[in-house]
Ligand binder design. Structure first.
Ligand SMILES: Cc1cc2nc3c(=O)[nH]c(=O)nc-3n(C[C@H](O)[C@H](O)[C@H](O)COP(=O)(O)O)c2cc1C
Length: 377
C-alpha cells in the first residue's frame, strides 16, 4: 500500500481525496456520509450571510457532466454555526469551511466559523473578474482568522494565473482550482426549453467535461505560485486524481462524481489511486505531485506513433478515425504509412488496447525529471 497522506498548509489529510463544496456536503449529516465513504478531509457547502434561494430546476445531467444553477447553501448561516459544523466535526477529519463572498460577508462569517474550521475556502464565484473584491475578502479572512485561508477560483474568463498570483500576494495559503465553468446552456429538445430554471436557463458546467480545463488551470497555477493547489474538476476515478496530482495539485476535490455515484466514491477514488501508485512503483501520493509540470522535451514532440504488435488485435478503430488515411490493417495488424502519417497522434489515444504508442525521437524522452512545486507535499 502506498502512503496516501498529504500535508497542505500544515494540515494532515489521511488521503488526498475530499468533497468539493456542493450538494454532497450540504449538511453536517451529509458530511459524515462523505467521511464514511472514505474522504480524507471535508469541505462544507459554501455559506454566505443569508440563505440562498436558487431557481428550480437547478441540476441536470448532460453527456459528460452536469449543468447546475445552484447558488450557495440554502440554510441560514446561523444553522451552520449552531448545528451543522459541530455535527461534521464528529467525523474527526480536517474541516475546510467554504465561505462567500464579499469582504463584508467574510468579516461577519469568519470569526463565527473559526471554532469549527481547520481552514477556510473563499469562493470567488459571485464577485466578478476584478482582483479587488477577492483581495479584500482574503484580507478580511486573514485578519479574522489564525487558520489557513484557501481561495477557490472560478474559470469565468478570468486570467486564472494572474488571479492566483494576486491571491498569493494578498496572503492566501492555498488555491483551490477550479469552480464550475460558465455560463453554459443545455436545452431539452422534448420541452424546447432549457433544463434549468432562472431567467435565461443558463447554468455552470461540471464533471468529466471540465477536467481538461481544470488540469490546465492547476498546472499553470502550480507553476506560478509557491502556495499549494487543490485540484477540482471532473475527478471521478483514481486515474483522474493521478493526473491532477501530476499537474501539480497537492490533493483533489470531488463534487459531480459524488452527486452521481454517492459518497463511497471518495474511498473508491482513493483506493484506485493507491492501486495505481503500487502498480507504477510509487511509495506515496506526494511523489507524483508535479510530475507533469515540466515543459515537454522537444524529442517528445519530434516523435511518431508506432504499433505495439503484441497488443494489436487488428480491429479497425484506428483505421476509421485516422484523419490522414495513414493506417491500414495488414494480416490482422495495424500498419502506419510513415509518408501519409501527419503525426497528429489521435490513434494513440483512440486505441483502447494501448496498441499504438507515441515513440519520442530520443528513447526515454518521456521520463521528465520531477520538479517540486509549492509547499504542500
Ligand atoms: C450542484 C452543484 C453545486 C455546487 N455548489 C458549490 C458551492 O456552493 N460552492 C462552491 O465553491 N462550488 C460549488 N460547486 C462547484 C464544485 O465545488 C466544483 O468546483 C465543480 O463542480 C467542479 O468539480 P466536479 O467536476 O468534481 O463537480 C457546485 C457544483 C455543483 C455541480
Amino acid at each position: 500500500m502506498a502512503n496516501l497522506s498529504v500535508e497542505i498548509a500544515g494540515i494532515r489529510f489521511s488521503n488526498p481525496v475530499m468533497p468539493a463544496a456542493g450538494p454532497p456536503v450540504r449538511t453536517g449529516e451529509a458530511m459524515l456520509r462523505c467521511a464514511a465513504g472514505g474522504a480524507g478531509g471535508l469541505v462544507s457547502k459554501t455559506i454566505s450571510t443569508r440563505a440562498a434561494a436558487p431557481p428550480t430546476p437547478n441540476i441536470a445531467e448532460i453527456p459528460h457532466g452536469l449543468v447546475n444553477t445552484e447558488l450557495w447553501s440554502e440554510l441560514p448561516p446561523e444553522q451552520w454555526i449552531d448545528h451543522e459544523y459541530a455535527v461534521a466535526r464528529g467525523a474527526g477529519l480536517p474541516l475546510i469551511v467554504s465561505l462567500g463572498y464579499s469582504a463584508d460577508d467574510i468579516a461577519w462569517l469568519a470569526p463565527r466559523v473559526r471554532p469549527f474550521a481547520d481552514a477556510v475556502e473563499l469562493s470567488t464565484h459571485y464577485i466578478g473578474e476584478d482582483a479587488g473584491p477577492m483581495v479584500a475578502a482574503i484580507r478580511a479572512a486573514k485578519s479574522a482568522l489564525d487558520v489557513p485561508v484557501f481561495v477557490k477560483l472560478s474559470p469565468l474568463g478570468r486570467e486564472m494565473v494572474r488571479a492566483a498570483e494576486q491571491a498569493e500576494a494578498a496572503g492566501a495559503d492555498g488555491i483551490v482550482a477550479i469552480n464550475s465553468f460558465g455560463p453554459v446552456l443545455a436545452i431539452d429538445p422534448k420541452t424546447r426549453q432549457p433544463y434549468l430554471g432562472g431567467n435565461d436557463g443558463y447554468g455552470w458546467l461540471s464533471g468529466p467535461a471540465l477536467k481538461p480545463l481544470a488540469l490546465r488551470c492547476v498546472r499553470d497555477i502550480s507553476r506560478a505560485v509557491r502556495i499549494p493547489v487543490i485540484g477540482v474538476g471532473g475527478v471521478s476515478r483514481g486515474i483522474d486524481a493521478v493526473e491532477m496530482l501530476m499537474a501539480g495539485a497537492s490533493a483533489v476535490q470531488v463534487c459531480t462524481a459524488a452527486i452521481l455515484h454517492g459518497p463511497s466514491v471518495f474511498g473508491k477514488i482513493a483506493h484506485e489511486l493507491d492501486t495505481w501508485l503500487d502498480v507504477h512503483g510509487y511509495a506515496s501520493a506526494a511523489e507524483i505531485r508535479g510530475l507533469a509540470v515540466e515543459g515537454m522535451p522537444s524529442a517528445w514532440s519530434d516523435g511518431k506513433p508506432v504499433v505495439v504488435e503484441a497488443a494489436c488485435n487488428g480491429c479497425d478503430v484506428c483505421v476509421l478515425s485516422c484523419p490522414y488515411d495513414a493506417i491500414s490493417i495488414v494480416d490482422k495488424l495495424a500498419v502506419i504509412d510513415d509518408e501519409a502519417c501527419a503525426r497528429c497522434g489521435l490513434c494513440v489515444t483512440r486505441c483502447r488496447r494501448g496498441a499504438i504508442e507515441w515513440a519520442p525521437a530520443v528513447p526515454g524522452a518521456l521520463i521528465a525529471g520531477k520538479r517540486r512545486v509549492g509547499r504542500g507535499t
